[in-house]
Write a protein that binds this ligand. Structure first.
Ligand code: BGC
Length: 730
């Protein structure tokens, strides 16, 4: 892959600055601290939480290059937009008084919108954005997020997550775009394009950060920050391409895997961080450690005998900036290593040059104040409409026996279950707070599912049987009420979490939710099962008994309204699963599995397969045609297919194009998604779609670990149809 382009004028300024900087100033640039380091004690709710003396120390004494996070740990939380502008202005003003006037870059986790700015537009989480199969929505999410981050005076977003979600137990599965490489690459690239534009120094654009490079998402035991065992071929086939796509889309920063792959901690992995990331992927931006992870090379991983050795290992492996984040130990230790010659100045210059490059390309040297006004750029109606559409397109209708849905507005509905009446369960972690569980701080203008149903219904909507997680579920009361209504909407799922706090030992739903479901089935009333949550918790038994199943995952602040829109048929569902929904806890086979995972006695039999999602209308794809049946190596393969709405409602359909390399020297997945397109069709309307498969779409990682295309037969599959072509040897 070609290296990211360098601008000679920027390179010249980097040279000049490096020539002027002292070792202290350079090492400081590589240091990133948490907001608490510059904060007044318990300053979270003060109008201005900055302790100027601490800020002065961070900037004049330690020359820090970056600050992150929201005020202030513990219990950090979203802050008003104007307060953010005050905070970031004070930091800019202080940095402007330094000798070389090098700006601080402020980083924030704005992972589904500006998480830490109060009343920002909070979109569906990544797993739900992936379920839309709509890259335009991902682009718009990126665009709106960048605007809201910049309106908050913030500089840099720790997003998108380009880890591939192939381990459903992992408590950050929902931060990924799901199990498929092509879908994740397409959604992530579109997000970056929206967030950065063609020039992220623009007032309404901001740099992104790909994370968490690489292999973080695939812990063997499913627990956060535990080892992955990924062979080199699997790494190249499944885990690197998302990052490669993000780099090609122009992301200038990469955050490092907090855990380890094949025994080497992410932060100590020279092969990944330098040989592959720089040498092969051509990345020219900078890498940032994850939270405390250099320190953990000593305290947790024991690959370093001292904190000092940990710094040396990490920097020499290729870590450019350390998210220390609570002290200046990294600065002190690295300075000592530089002064003693154990870390060469050339490596420091390289790291600092990369950081300065991003600061220069962000326009931070020129920007002396937040140059994007709040009015017109924050919480706009246009952004709310995009968010609403995203939530509507993210929800997956998995089952609709006897066309129970949509419900009549006159129907009398009993709504029950722990996810029925709270906003947090639809938003997940990284919402207002890190864990997203501060329900009382959620903006009240967004309805819960209960409130949305009540607002839309022309009949009776009753609600009983345990309101939220932590409250007792009263099964008896729910059963009595169910008997008095036409239909039961049963809202189950997960409470909020992220990272290690979300670890679980089993995908099973907690037993009280299952008991509630079983007691309600016994009433004989029709049941609509709705789930919210970040992971596919097991619903096999209850989904079989429910007439309809809607998988909500984490649809964000508009989730309640969107779900009500779908229940009453005001919106026709169009979401599709970005993961295989497991039937049982150890049923973790992805759709793009190997032939032997579905051979003879073995089956790929998830509860719902990747790409599954129903509609209130019907779509038919037909007429799959390849331009030719034979191609030379290196040629593009063009194909066309028609999709028609054969039902009687308008609807949207994502058409998915899969490929299978029939015989190859390395076992190939039975199919792999290579292209998709989402179209809106009126009843009876038909659309012809064209797709182009590029040579790399036909490629795989060959026996010698290099990407190759092998001549031979290939199958293309769209809907119920397939077509074959042959690639000829040269
Ligand atoms: C997470 C990252 C996040 C960072 C900064 C870490 O604990 O793993 O995803 O960007 O904290 O908040």
């Amino acid at each position: 892959m070609a290296a990211q382009q360098l601008d000679p004028a920027v390179e010249q300024r980097i040279e000049t600055l490096l020539a002027q900087m002292t070792p202290e100033e350079k090492v400081g640039q590589m240091t990133q601290v948490d907001f608490s380091v510059i904060s007044l004690e318990n300053g979270q709710d003060l109008d201005n939480p900055i302790d100027q003396a601490k800020l002065d120390a961070a900037i004049f004494r330690y020359h820090v290059g970056s600050i992150l996070n929201t005020p202030t740990t513990p219990n950090n939380k979203a802050q008003p937009v104007e307060k953010w502008r005050t905070i970031t202005q004070q930091i800019r003003d202080t940095a402007a008084k330094t000798r070389l006037q090098i700006p601080v870059i402020y980083g924030i986790d704005a992972i589904h919108g500006a998480t830490y700015t109060r009343d920002s537009v909070l979109f569906p989480q990544a797993i739900s954005m992936a379920a839309t199969f709509n890259t335009e929505l991902s682009f718009l999410e990126g665009q709106i997020t960048a605007r809201e981050v910049k309106a908050s005076g913030l500089d840099w977003n720790f997003s998108p997550v380009m880890d591939i979600g192939r381990q459903p137990l992992w408590p950050r599965l929902w931060e990924t775009y799901g199990e498929d490489v092509h879908l994740a690459s397409a959604m992530g690239s579109a997000y970056i394009a929206g967030h950065q534009g063609s020039d992220y120094s623009a007032a309404d654009k901001a740099p992104t950060c790909l994370k968490h490079y690489v292999g973080y998402s695939y812990p063997l035991n499913g627990k956060d920050r535990t080892p992955a065992w990924i062979g080199e071929r699997a790494l190249r086939e499944w885990f690197l391409p998302g990052f490669q796509a993000g780099i090609a889309a122009g992301a200038p920063a990469v955050m490092i895997n907090s855990s380890e792959v094949d025994g080497i901690p992410g932060h100590a992995n020279y092969h990944y961080l330098t040989e592959i990331l720089r040498g092969e992927l051509g990345f020219t931006g900078f890498t940032v450690s994850d939270w405390q992870d250099i320190i953990r090379l000593h305290t947790r991983d024991k690959v370093a005998a001292s904190p000092r050795e940990a710094v040396k290992i990490a920097v020499m492996a290729g870590v450019d900036m350390s998210m220390v984040p609570y002290d200046f130990s990294f600065y002190e230790l690295l300075l000592d290593l530089v002064n003693s010659g154990e870390v060469p100045m050339s490596r420091i210059d390289e790291a600092v040059g990369r950081i300065l490059r991003v600061k220069l390309q962000s326009g931070l040297f020129e920007r002396r104040e937040a140059d994007l006004p709040v009015a017109g750029n924050f919480a706009t109606e246009q952004a709310a409409a995009v968010n609403r559409q995203a939530a509507q397109e993210a929800i997956v209708l998995a089952k609709n026996a006897g066309d129970l849905l949509p419900l009549s507005k006159q129907a009398s509905i009993l709504l029950t279950g722990p996810t029925a009446n709270s906003l947090s369960v639809m938003n997940g972690g990284w919402t207002i707070t890190w864990q997203g569980n501060a329900e009382d701080w959620y903006p009240k203008q967004h309805p819960t599912l209960l409130q949305a149903l009540q607002a839309k219904s022309a009949g009776k909507v009753s609600y009983v049987g345990g309101q939220r997680f932590g409250e007792e579920i009263n099964i008896e009361q729910a059963v009595t009420a169910a008997r008095q209504h036409d239909v039961v909407v049963l809202a189950l799922g997960e409470n909020t979490y992220t990272e290690t706090l979300g670890n679980i030992d089993s995908l099973s739903l907690d037993s009280v939710q299952l008991q509630l479901a079983k007691a309600l089935f016994a009433t004989g009333k029709p049941i609509v099962l709705i789930t919210f949550g970040g992971r596919p918790r097991l619903i096999t038994d209850i989904a079989e008994q429910a007439q309809a199943v809607l998988l909500g995952f984490l649809p964000g602040m508009e989730g309640g309204r969107a779900m009500a829109d779908i229940l009453f048929g005001e919106v026709n569902p169009s979401g599709k699963l970005p993961i295989s929904y497991p039937r049982a806890s150890n049923d973790v086979t992805p759709y793009d599995h190997k032939p032997m995972e579905a051979f003879e006695m073995v089956q790929y039999q998830p509860l719902y397969p990747f790409g599954h999602g129903l509609s209130y209308t019907r779509f038919k794809t037909s007429g799959l045609r390849l331009e030719r049946s034979r191609y030379r190596l290196g040629e593009e393969v063009k194909l066309s297919v028609s999709v028609e709405n054969t039902g009687n409602r308008p609807g949207k359909e994502a058409v998915l194009v899969y490929l299978n390399d029939v015989y190859a020297s390395v076992t190939r997945p039975v199919k792999q998604l290579k292209a998709f397109s989402k179209v809106a069709l009126q009843p009876g309307e038909r659309r012809a779609l064209q797709f182009t498969l590029k040579p790399e779409d036909l490629s795989f990682i060959g026996p010698d670990m290099r990407r190759i295309v092998e001549p031979g037969e290939f199958n293309v599959m769209v809907g119920d149809e397939s077509a074959s072509f042959e690639v000829l040897a040269d």
